[in-house]
Design a protein around this ligand. Structure first.
Ligand SMILES: C[S@@+](CC[C@H](N)C(=O)[O-])C[C@H]1O[C@@H](n2cnc3c(N)ncnc32)[C@H](O)[C@@H]1O
Length: 304
């Protein structure tokens, strides 16, 4: 199966340069406020797609176990250094287009600042849909092409692409902005019901960020976020979508004492279960071996 190229963060200092030293306390706090509004109080098993260095993971405290999935092993190593080894966290290196997890496994999923690397957004969302159980909650953040700055630049002739058209815009290699209506249409096509939409990072303007404290800007952002129900003109949009109206049926989500290895399926042929050979997982369907190294289940490329 051919899948789109991956924006590879292997070896990247993204967490340090973009967040810790990149002057983005305001955006981080604004996202925390949005997540608090959207996350259910409790859940069993959450899939964090494009988890990166685990910046948001501790915010998912209501869930009993969290599977952090990211294509970058080094991002996951940073997440593991931050969160530690326990039965609460499972680290999985894999491509979102080939999620190595069985169908209908999770009652929750989040995908924050990750859809914007997807050349085939609908294909990626289709994979997410596959691993969610009926009634599951999906919290999706996407970069909004219909933001005020893009609209002004377009009207002033400083930007060639239209923020009003539905197709995604690739503003840098493997970096995409999406139209809110297109994103909603994809989710609905996959059977999601969009329950809540929040606009986030309204004040992503250097001038304001230099002059006002991050906490104050984030609090003001929090007041504006609910306006996302009416219109979306901010650079970042968070949606809470559910699969059907009934709450997840907990009996379909494996209890925590189920072996984590039962979560996996072969990303190459889809076979399940995989056999545990300690240093690797063996797929008896196609014979591929998937490494287990340094606490990370690695499904990027097979050992042989
Ligand atoms: C901008 S970072 C966001 C990390 C984290 N969600 C956050 O908000 O701090 C995007 C993450 O998506 C991951 N990613 C990009 N394409 C991916 C793919 N096809 N499969 C899995 N992860 C991917 C990258 O490795 C990176 O860690």
């Amino acid at each position: 199966m051919t899948t789109p190229p991956v924006c590879d963060y292997e070896g990247s200092d993204y967490q340090t340069s973009f967040w810790d030293q990149g002057g983005r306390q305001y955006e981080d706090r604004a996202e925390a406020i949005a997540l608090k509004q959207l996350l259910p109080a409790r859940g069993r098993l959450l899939l964090e797609l494009g988890a990166g260095a685990g910046r948001n993971t501790s915010r998912y405290a209501g869930y009993e176990r969290i599977v952090l999935l990211d294509y970058s092993r080094t991002q996951l190593q940073q997440a593991r250094a931050r969160l530690g080894d326990s039965s609460r966290y499972v680290y999985v290196a894999a491509d979102i287009y080939k999620i190595p997890l069985v169908d209908e496994l999770f009652d929750g999923a989040t995908m924050i600042r990750t859809l914007h690397h997807m050349a085939d957004a609908l294909g990626a969302l289709t994979q997410v849909r596959r691993v969610l159980s009926p009634g599951a909650i999906f919290i999706l953040e996407y970069a909004n092409k219909l933001n005020v700055k893009a609209i002004l630049r377009y009207w002033l002739g400083k930007q060639s692409w239209s923020p009003f058209s539905l197709e995604p815009v690739e503003f840098a290699a493997l970096n995409f902005d999406f139209h809110p209506r297109a994103t909603k249409q994809w989710l609905e096509k996959l059977g999601f019901h969009v329950e809540k939409t929040l606009t986030v990072s309204h004040f992503r303007i250097g001038f304001l960020k230099r002059r006002l404290p991050a906490g104050l800007l984030a609090a003001l952002d929090g007041l504006l976020q609910p306006s996302g129900a009416l219109f979306q003109l901010s650079p970042s949009v968070f949606v809470r979508a559910s699969l059907g109206n009934t709450p997840p049926n907990k009996s379909t989500i494996p209890p925590l004492d189920v072996n984590v290895l039962d979560y996996f399926r072969c990303p190459a042929c889809g076979d399940h279960p995989l056999q545990n050979r300690n240093e690797y997982l063996l797929c008896t369907g196609c014979g591929k071996k998937w490494a287990v190294r340094d606490g990370i289940y690695d499904f990027r490329e097979a050992l042989e």
